[in-house]
Design a binder for this molecule. Sequence first.
Ligand SMILES: Cc1ncc(COP(=O)(O)O)c(C=O)c1O
Length: 453
Amino acid sequence: MTDVLDQQAFRYSNDSTPHLMCENVSLSELVQEFGTPLYVYSKRQIIENFHAFYATLKASGKEHYVSYAVKANSNIEVLRILAEEGSGADVVSAGELLAALAAGFAPERITFDGTGKTDAEIELALKANIHAFNVESLEELTVINGIAEGLGLRAKVSIRVNPDVDAKSHPYISTGMKENKFGIDMENAREAFIYASKHPALEVVGIHVHIGSQITSLDPFIKAARSTVKFVSSLRVKSGIVLEHLNFGGGQGIHYRNVVRHPMLPKDELGEEGEYVPSLGEFVGAVLPILDQTGLKIIFEPGRAIIANACALIASVLYTKQNSLKKFVITDTGMTELIRPPLYEAYHQVAPLELKGGPTEKVDLVGPICETSDFLAQAREMPALKRGDSVAVLCAGAYGYALASNYNLRPRAAEVLVDGSEYRVIRERERVEAVAGLNEAGLTVSTVLGREL
Ligand SMILES: Cc1ncc(COP(=O)(O)O)c(C=O)c1O
């Protein structure tokens, strides 16, 4: 199993002025053509990440599979790539369900998650004949039962249990503890399974666990796996409920530091190696033997591990300013394109598109948005940057565009997919006049400018 880090599609060229490439395409050329902010994806990296996961599951010779968590990045071209590679899809809304179906995912490999599914969403998923609902409460189970009965259909359900395990990730992306809203705690989950097994419009097919995101230690996964296996066995022995699958969720952490390396880049403050993150091979090797004790089909639901390092968000420097305390590098890209730094105190490596040598300096890389929390990186040692230079914010593929907003009435950025030496736009940049609401008002930029004030 090759570590994902060794497969990085973003790397510097060997020129005297090294420039950052995505596969065989220079990012500076993409900036010239499409402007910034710009999300650039590597098709090869998406496929390699998927297979780094899937290959180990396939090697088990069982029916286990990977179900990509669409919430991480729902661009339809990204979804198409994964559907073609044989991935399933984990969706959390009618929009994601429709996108997954349109992208070609087989309905029997689509699961529907989320604590607050609406009646309309449940009806749509039933009609689409998806593989299973991952049910989050007893009341949701009763609602699904009622809707399925009304439609004369049978709903396949998998009940999400909350194993009360601390994922040791950021508190906002930990989901498997009792204080979190997710799942049904182990004490009450049996009641939900029994309820489902007694209602003819429900078919209990599985159990679901997802303990959080960006988990960089194997321990919480092992703990969750052990308690789930114990629960599955007691469900069979004590309540006679036999399941078909065990969905172990996603959450596998990735390297955010030292993703792109070059002798001319300043060293990360954690040193050459940075943080330890188990590889996908190590993860599967640690948990699969435990989960396999159930004899059930195992599903993994990764989002970040598939798409995060397959994308760089490109930003351009607008201004620099030094005050008596620090230096700010103000870019055209901020929390509207990547909210992870302020929201989760997340670290993203930032790398200049061109390395020119010379002294480095400590700066805050910030965006143009009117919030103090609008930063990409703080107190970061960077090569000197000036107006017009561009930088890549790495590993922006997961929860990047997916969490982008129009705050400050900023148009969402364009997305470009690189495939070898070719590239194409997979989502157009939004137009400022549309975001400003001119279309609805029947106006254009020139009619607005031409008006008497
Ligand atoms: C139920 C569920 N499955 C899978 C995922 C994907 O997580 P990650 O992107 O960390 O792999 C999430 C994300 O929060 C989730 O809530």
